[in-house]
Design a protein around this ligand. Sequence first.
Ligand code: AMP
Ligand code: MG
Length: 422
Amino acid sequence: MSTLTIAQASCADDYDPNSMPVAKARAFIHQFLAPVSGLVRVPVRDALGRVVAEDILSPVDVPSHRNSAMDGWALRGADLKAEGETTLAEIGVAFAGKPFAGKVGAGQCVRIMTGGVVPEGADTVVMQERAKADGKSVTFAAGQKTGQNVREAGEDLKAGAVALRRGRMVRPAELGLVASLGIGEVAVYRRLRVAFFSTGDELKSIGTALGEGEIYDSNRYTLHGMLTRLGCEVLDMGVVRDDPGAIERAFAEAAASADVVITSGGVSVGEADFVKSILSKLGEVVFWKIAMKPGRPLAYGKLGGAHFFGLPGNPVSVMVTFYQFVRDALLVLMGTDPVEPVPTFMATCTQRLKKAPGRTEFQRGILTRGADGALSVRPTGEQGSGILKSMSDANCFIILGDATGNVEPGTTVEVQLMEGVV
Ligand code: AMP
Ligand code: MG
């Protein structure tokens, strides 16, 4: 890991905290990330959604035996006539899991099922659709090739080869792969512990009546959802009043008990000043105005050993900044390697979009496929950063880059699906 400090990194010539391009902010954060240390061994099923912490080598050849890829007959390729049909004598059967004990000699064949061990002497399988059986006499169509339809032992994976690399997130396919090797336990990184709290005197928790000007805290719920889906251990520290003492205590407690601290609210202009002085006491934090919408104010830093992300307070901004900055950073800390950015693709925008050049916008969109198979996207409506329903109605972001201005209907735009992100 880099020994660069946050203060050193923020001295770069082109570093401007008041106008931070999205890509530059991401790159800045990534200089300070390294996987957590510590691994645990868990039973295969419990590895789902976790990250492999040690290369998993195959203890066996896969497949373990030369076997048939088809239902048909196993025979010697040398017996196939150069031209026309070939007739051979069936001397037995080989089912999957029940091999034929004998040897296939000249002029002979063995009935074989998919997965059945190819018997000694045979090197070729002819599928049943290309054969005609008359009692024990089987006639094969012309045009068969020696070696066809036979899966060699170790063809998929040789004993000793790496089946799963360290850093791989375990999905259902990996569970099956590990099981297919007869491995019962997997070493995974310990779970990343993430503490979060909301700040704001206006925030109330569910179950209390709202006074004038008060709102229910929703950010702790979206954060809970996104962090849980990502596979983190979450530590919800509730709402903290806009009071320097309470905020300092909350930061100190969060930093001491978690790998990552996330807050929402309190980093915008006006509020940032007293939060800034608290954070500079506890660690090293930079405050940015990101050239993006929504999600302009963002803070990142280290509080002792913990990484800190100070997200804006607006509910949509919280989600957008989490998707665009926090997700990939947490995946690195969780041990995922490589971290693949969420893919984007192009779709035709069917409506006019208002957009000012000079910043990246993440508008909320609804992506649909028309009768002609083409993808089109439209915005969810009002795009205010407080309108959480725009996130709920959306299935994608419409990403409009810095240079883009207003978008006219029919223009191709970049979209990024939300589902599967976290
Ligand atoms: P702030 O960044 O603290 O100035 O907050 C910006 C806006 O987001 C204000 O309208 C807040 O009331 C709102 N907000 C802040 N935190 C939350 C939260 N946890 N849940 C819902 N809205 C919030
Ligand atoms: Mg606030």
